[in-house]
Ligand binder design. Structure first.
Ligand SMILES: NC(=O)c1ccc[n+]([C@@H]2O[C@H](COP(=O)([O-])OP(=O)(O)OC[C@H]3O[C@@H](n4cnc5c(N)ncnc54)[C@H](O)[C@@H]3O)[C@@H](O)[C@H]2O)c1
Length: 421
């Protein structure tokens, strides 16, 4: 089987763009995104996700388009479109379905379509495969083949990049699995695990993120218990971690579009099999409730109404605002009568306005002394970790409180009241 196939990447977001750039070092690669704005920005050398530097974008052989017909000569298509949930926490497969229809429109005999989006077992073959078949009038498994290779990158993480992490691959036949192992192996130094089937590969990804969610839920639950007893969970975790087999997880507001979303995909898959996913959904419930628990705690300890939250993105050192739970924290605090400001210099303030109707602060040095009664360290952006105790204390009033959700300032010495989770 021909190995050096021209590759088309469908969806150039956090996952698709780094993948396309990495593969373009070894193969002819074209990228497609339905967002013309995204393509225009990439042509100008700007990656709004901050994953790819301008110099790399300018020097890559990757070609990007907002019209999929430019990808009609590709022989291997890799789909990396979003897999969100709807308002009822049900998987919303519409981006995958629409991408599959588009690929189906240009599919030829002998082509291979690989999905990287996170799904529950069965989606690639039973949903996407059928759409590709219907649109192309070709037969799946005969005229064209399917594959699945979950993406494991962690945006903002400069160590575990797409060219260094082990890739799980699975094809409809052993030959397709071998071909995918060859192609992805070129990009990541042959760090490949061949799964026994597409469904196994799909399941492996969705359980990775669900396992993480459940572990964090346990820590969040003990955090709320210990908060009532004035015991810091971080101190408890430090002590417990000295046992060789203790698993290290930390409390947090679980947001974003992976950890807080993917368990609902697994839950849906369980419900399809008439199994009630008790552990999965109770983990979700605990984590969804964490912002309220933090707001209630602030109400108990804070003397005045003015609160500054440091950080809006769903996690540290990235600009991504999707499904950030800082919004829940802010809304609960407002309901409790607080006046809340939010600072973040990583995200785009226009996006904060557009998505959440928020006017955020982008410069800490503009804050006047004693402006707040409570400062909440909510997202451990590098810049916040480097703040001096003098500066932190200067922006709160003399009786003000420093509330550290992330344990990022526990090594500092404060004269004012410092409380960590
Ligand atoms: N971001 C992560 O940390 C991460 C990590 C591992 C896996 N994943 C999974 O990878 C998938 C993609 O996530 P992401 O973070 O890259 O999403 P993203 O929103 O950053 O990017 C998706 C891109 O796809 C484009 N798109 C949407 N529909 C399209 C269509 N029909 N045709 C072409 N382009 C289309 C969007 O315009 C966007 O640019 C999801 O399933 C996600 O769960 C994400």
């Amino acid at each position: 089987m021909e190995q050096n196939l021209p590759i088309g990447i469908i969806g150039l977001g956090y996952v698709g763009l780094p993948l396309a750039i990495a593969l373009a070092k070894h193969f002819e690669v074209k990228g497609f995104d339905i967002s013309s704005k995204r393509i225009e920005e990439l042509h100008k050398g700007h990656d709004r996700t901050h994953e790819i530097h301008e110099d790399v974008l300018r020097s890559t052989s990757l070609k990007v388009y907002d019209d999929i017909s430019h990808l009609k000569d590709c022989r291997l298509y890799i789909v990396t479109v979003p897999t969100p949930i709807d308002d009822h926490n049900c998987p919303d497969l519409s981006p995958l379905e629409s991408a599959s229809r588009m690929v189906g429109g240009i599919l030829k005999k002998g082509d291979i379509v690989v999905y990287e989006s996170t799904v529950y077992p069965g989606v690639t073959e039973d949903v996407c495969g059928n759409i590709l078949q219907d649109t192309s009038k070709l037969q799946c498994g005969l005229d064209f083949m399917l594959g699945y290779s979950p993406e494991r990158i962690n945006p903002g993480d400069q160590i575990h990049t797409v060219d260094k992490i082990t890739k799980v691959v699975a094809g409809q036949t052993p030959e397709i699995t071998d071909l995918l192992a060859y192609i992805y192996g070129k990009m990541n130094g042959d760090r490949i695990f061949k799964a026994t089937s597409i469904k196994v590969a799909e399941a492996s990804k969705v359980i990775e993120n669900t396992q993480r969610d459940i572990n964090i839920a346990f820590i969040n639950e003990i955090t709320t218990i210990f908060l009532k007893m004035s015991i810091s969970v971080y101190d408890v975790l430090e002590a417990a971690s000295t046992k060789w087999n203790f698993l290290k997880f930390y409390p947090g507001l679980v947001g974003g579009h992976c950890i807080g979303v993917d368990p609902y995909y697994l839950a849906k898959c369980a419900q399809n099999s008439k199994i009630e996913p008790k552990v999965i959904l109770s983990g979700r419930e605990v984590n969804e409730n964490m912002a309220k628990q933090c707001a209630d705690f602030i109400k108990n300890i804070c003397q005045g109404p003015r609160v500054l939250i440091l950080g809006l993105t769903f996690k540290e050192n990235i600009p991504d605002l999707r499904n950030t739970k800082i919004i829940d924290l802010k809304n609960h605090l407002v309901q409790l009568g607080f006046q809340v400001d939010i600072h973040d210099s990583h995200c785009d303030p226009h996006e904060a306005k557009k998505f959440y109707d928020l006017d955020i602060l982008t410069h800490l040095d503009q804050i006047k002394p004693s402006s707040y009664d409570c400062i909440v360290a909510a997202v451990s952006h590098r810049g916040y970790m480097e703040l001096s105790p003098d500066f932190i204390e200067s922006i709160i009033q003399p009786e003000g409180i420093i509330f550290d959700l992330k344990n990022m300032w526990s090594h500092l010495e404060f004269k004012k009241r410092y409380v960590k989770l």
